[in-house]
Each structure stands twice: as C-alpha cells, then as structure tokens.
Design a protein around this ligand. Structure first.
Ligand code: ATP
Length: 330
C-alpha cells in the first residue's frame, strides 16, 4: 500500500492548548480523505502540518514515505485551497492562476498555456480575462482550485472550501470536486465541519474531537457504526439509547445507536418500546416522527406517503437486531 500522508503519533500544542493530540493517520494515495469535526477540533492544524506551515512538537509526518521534518513548504508536493479564495483583485483570472508558475520563473507563454488548461478543467475556459470581482462566488472558488492545481501537486488540501457558498451551489460543487479528484487521481484531503459533505464526498473520513481522531473509516462505517456517542451525535440524526433504555428494549445494558430509518412504528402493545408521538416533521421524502418515552425521545423516519398517528397517540417502536449498534461507553 502506498501512502500519500502518514501521521505517526503527532502532537502540536499552542501554549496550553493541545490543538493536535497524538494523532496517527495513514492517507492512501489517490483517495478523497475528509477530516470532519467541530470548530477548534484540530483539523486545520493537521492540514498545516501536512503543508509544512506548522511543525509537530512530537511525532512524525511523512509525505510519500519521506520524513517531512526537513522539507520546507515549497518543497512539498502539496497545495492548499482556502475558504476565502485569497485571489489577487488587481490580476485577471489567468494571471491569478498562473501566479505560482510566475514565481517559479516559468515563461509567460508556458504559464498562460498551463493556466488556460487548468481553467478549462474547472469549466472556466472563457473567463481568463476577467477580474475576480466580475465573477460569482462559485466561479471564484473554481479559480482558487485551478490556481492550487496549476503546479501539479500530488496532494491537494482543501480547508472548508465550500463554506462561503449557498446550499445549492455547495451541492453542485461537491459533485464536481469529487469528479475532479477521480479524474486527476491525486489525493484530496478535505476539511469540513459538515457531516453530509464529508460522508457524500469522501472515500474515508476521520472524525476529530478535541485534537484527537475519535473514529476513522468509510462513510458507511462512520454513519452505521459510530464508535462513540460523540460520533453518533455529530455525524447525524442517530438515536442514542442509554444503557437503561437499551436494556428495557432487550439489548445489553450499554450505549447503543439506532438510525431513524432502521425503525418502524407499531401498535403500542407489540413494540420493543412504547411511547407517545410527540411531533411529526416533513423532510422531503420522509416524515420524522419523534416518540417520547417518558424523558428519552427517539425519532423514526417514515416514507412521506405513509399515514402516521397524530401527536399524542400511543405507539410502539420496532427494529431488527441487526440494525442496533452497540457503542463504547464514552
Ligand atoms: P475550525 O473548523 O474552526 O477551523 P479546526 O478544527 O480547524 O477549527 P484548529 O484551527 O486546528 O481547529 O485549532 C485547534 C485549536 O488550536 C483551537 O483551540 C485553536 O484556537 C488553537 N490554535 C490553532 N492555531 C493556533 C495558533 N497559531 N496559536 C494559538 N492557538 C492556536
């Protein structure tokens, strides 16, 4: 197996803050890797350790198998796309994209040729002569992407690159980024606090909390089999069952997670658990029915076309043994 980036027990502190706390990861070459976690959990610091703008206090960062300690940022085969794009307002789009090549001393004709190639790649082939101010937010984002790709990095780091876009554009760009990564075959390391974004785009996801990786795996692993309550809560709308509730539903006395779409409503007397419908929310193709169990609440996803009992009705809740997942006691 060939790894683009490896962290070997890496820590980075700023004064008393342990921004990155004993993190080990191995990012396979050619994958789309997402770092997912709340604000302040250490994701950006990890990216900066890869790009070389930060040094570890302990542990090692390897890039394509090479210890990176003595590699300055400009000698790493790595580039970064930032959320705020950081384009030069006075330069046209072509010169913005070509900037890195100009700094390297590439002649004008070659660098413009290469910039135009990158602009076509991000579907902005006709925009080279415009100034950044004459572009939409989504187009500026693509220019930033073209600029980061122009000197052919083997690893592209993306720090919340879609954060400034509206929802619709964001979704379109998610698909495009994924397609672009597959087309180029290079490694993308993508930082986000948006679980939907991480799960829909990445081949592998590392979930961060407090400077540590709490779980790493495929999107399906993370979604279906959260290791801890933090992951279950953060990654989405999983129901978390306390040890007492799990036990009264016939499972072991431990924390469990259970997806709303894995549960069904039943008659009160024939459910594993029984409670009262508290609320019903319509979300596109499903209704989310929240059932109150005398303190604990569980949510069931029901296809929208199905009729569901009114709030206040006693109902039962059922699920298959295979769909409930036991978590660690954290
Ligand atoms: P966000 O999503 O908000 O960017 P993040 O998960 O990327 O958050 P980091 O930016 O890596 O988190 O920050 C992790 C912790 O380290 C935070 O508590 C932050 O305040 C602290 N930190 C990061 N860089 C520095 C610095 N240069 N000096 C002091 N503290 C820092």
């Amino acid at each position: 197996m060939s790894y683009a980036v490896e962290f070997d027990e890496v820590s980075r502190s700023f004064g008393a803050v342990r921004a990155v706390d004993n993190v080990s990861i191995a990012i396979e070459e050619g994958t789309f890797f997402a770092m997912l976690g709340p604000s302040g959990s250490g994701k950006t610091t990890c990216l900066r350790l890869i790009s070389g703008f930060e040094r570890p206090n302990a542990g090692h960062v390897r890039i394509f198998g090479e210890n990176s300690e003595n590699l300055p940022p400009n000698r790493r085969p790595v580039n970064t796309v930032f959320q705020d794009y950081a384009l030069f307002p006075h330069l046209n789009v072509r010169d913005n994209v070509a900037y890195g090549l100009m700094v390297q001393g590439v002649d004008k004709r070659s660098r413009h040729g290469r910039a135009d190639e990158m602009l076509s790649l991000v579907k902005l082939g006709d925009y080279g002569d415009r100034k950044p101010a004459q572009l939409s937010g989504g187009q500026r984002q693509r220019v930033a992407l073209a600029r980061a790709l122009v000197n052919k990095p083997r690893v592209l780091l993306l720090d919340e690159p879609l954060g400034a876009l509206d929802l619709k554009l964001r979704e379109a760009m998610q698909d495009e980024l994924k397609a672009l990564q597959k087309q180029l075959g290079i490694t993308f390391v993508f930082v986000t606090h948006d679980q939907g974004e991480a799960l829909s785009m990445a081949d592998r996801v590392a979930v961060f909390n407090d400077g540590r990786i709490v779980q790493a795996g495929s999107p399906e692993d993370i979604y279906q089999r959260p290791r801890t309550r933090f992951v279950a809560d953060f990654v989405g709308s999983a129901n978390v069952l306390s040890p007492a509730l799990s036990q009264s539903a016939g499972s072991a006395k431990a924390w469990h997670s259970l997806r709303p779409e894995s549960m069904e409503l039943a008659k009160a007397e024939s459910g594993r658990l029984a409670g009262t419908v508290a609320s019903i929310r319509y979300i596109g193709p499903v209704k989310r029915v929240t059932v109150d169990l005398g303190g604990d609440q569980l949510t069931v996803a029901v296809p929208a076309e199905r009729t569901v009992p009114e709030p206040g009705t006693r109902v039962g809740l059922n699920w298959s043994d295979a769909s409930i997942h036991r978590m660690e006691d954290e």
